[in-house]
Design a protein around this ligand. Sequence first.
Ligand code: SF4
Length: 342
Amino acid sequence: MTNSIPMSERETVLQVKGLKKHFPVHRGVLSRVVGQVYAVDGVSFTIRQGETLCLVGESGCGKSTVAKTVMRLLEPTAGTIEVNGVDISDLSESKLRAHRRQMQIVFQDPYSSLNPRLSAGAIVSEPLTNFDLATGAALAERIAELFERVGLRPEAAAKYPHEFSGGQRQRLGIARALAVNPSLIVADEPVSALDVSVQAQVLNLLIDLQEDLGLAYLFVSHDLGVVEHIGHRIAVMYLGRIVETADNADLFGTPLHPYTEALLAAAPLPDPTIKRERLILQGDVPSPVRPPPGCHFHTRCPYAVDRCRSETPPLAEVAPDHWVACHLRPVGGPFGPLSRTI
Ligand code: SF4
């Protein structure tokens, strides 16, 4: 449907600007606030109709917090979240309800995200009845249609979640998300709890649904293989900030941020005859309670110079539609290898 329209000309479904989510740290019997966890610290991105933006990064980088905050399952500390042109970042719960139909979430764990006491049919019908979208025969017909759409037999509506395999449960979660015809699906590590053989089937289902329905996906994953398979654009996060964003081919073909370079170097290669220079990161990810000043990555970056320790690099468009937050990547290049300082 949307495939014939160039991505840059498609409608914007989600626009996030300057999103922050800080969690207070409490201490003592009086539960005084003694600090903040800077989980998400000024994140901006756009997703268009029929586009998948993948947020990737190590555990604790803030990617799942972005997903939950975009859905308003967590309240943003600052920033705006526009869904189909409406800023939902500070809407009251009653006003937000009308917009919830446009944005649905698929969770990581299909085992715990489905109510075990409800039949599969009741799970998928819940959003339809909540939004008064169907009753009686029309409801039964819609449920059967959704089951078929995600590759489940309609008769399976009578079964309970424990009677399904992991992949089937995730298909059920996708059917529930699709029920209200959303324009945006936020998928938070949707295949990481599944066997590798089942992961590809669920990813391909998501791709087929996107092609047919023009869905926009915000897809959170720590797995670069998964991200490369499904993402049109990739945003790499480190300690609450996006450090690089580019389209799939550019990010995997020409990574420009040292952290992206290190992530790719650490990922297994499908072809063992290919040799890639290993950039091994030293040390652990610093605490988001006390992120390092300047570039958050400077404590682990082999190219860091003095300026990196005091000055935060802005996310700049260094090449067409390729954005990088690094002092050593000036707009327009050159984009050759960097010189190590350690
Ligand atoms: Fe490394 Fe400095 Fe670039 Fe940060 S700004 S990634 S510390 S070179």
